[in-house]
Design a protein around this ligand. Structure first.
Ligand code: ZN
Length: 173
């Protein structure tokens, strides 16, 4: 479904951008309760409004270990996600971030990962993913550690990203 301009602007206005100190903080363990459900609802609206495939709570200023993401368009929520296994094989590919105005840079990631956590019913969930899907999860879990793609980029990648960022207005504007 296409996103209305007003919805898109409202979503972007709530996404913390690179330079905001909250993005460098480590998030705390989350507990499934009414507050967390309300937070997740808000995160889903913002992710979809900004047409992203994933969002971590610190990106909207909340230091809780919860992420939302879409795999083949299917919505997923993971509370206290942990990468419990990663392949030695890695891949470099372009990766964008909503907290960097959707700009992308080359990032090296494990090709395959196993991620475990809880869903909103408190049920244990295990994901075994590869390729782009594995990349999305590694990216969102990085946010819970205060880590962004700019921290994983090469020196040139970082320079280039900063240069492009300084020329870019926020996509919602
Ligand atoms: Zn991101």
């Amino acid at each position: 479904m296409p996103v209305e301009d007003s919805e898109r602007a409202a979503a972007w206005a709530q996404i913390r951008q690179f330079g905001d100190p909250v993005l460098k903080e480590k998030s705390h363990q989350a507990q499934v309760d009414e507050d967390l459900r309300a937070l997740v609802d808000r995160m889903i609206r913002i992710m979809d409004g900004a047409e992203g495939v994933g969002l971590a709570a610190p990106q909207i200023g909340v230091l809780r270990r919860v992420i939302v993401f879409r795999l083949d368009k299917e919505l997923n929520v993971l509370v206290n996600p942990e990468i419990t296994w990663r392949s030695e094989e890695t891949v470099r590919d372009d990766e964008g971030c909503l907290s960097l105005a959707s700009l992308a840079t080359q990032v090296e990631r494990a090709e395959k990962v196993r991620v475990e956590g809880e869903d909103l019913d408190g049920k244990h969930r295990v994901y075994e993913l590869k390729g782009l899907k594995a990349r999305i999860l590694q990216h969102e879990i990085d946010h819970l550690e205060g880590m962004m793609i700019i921290d994983r980029a090469s020196r040139e990648g970082r320079k280039d990203l900063l240069a492009r960022l300084s020329r870019t207005k926020q996509p919602g504007e």
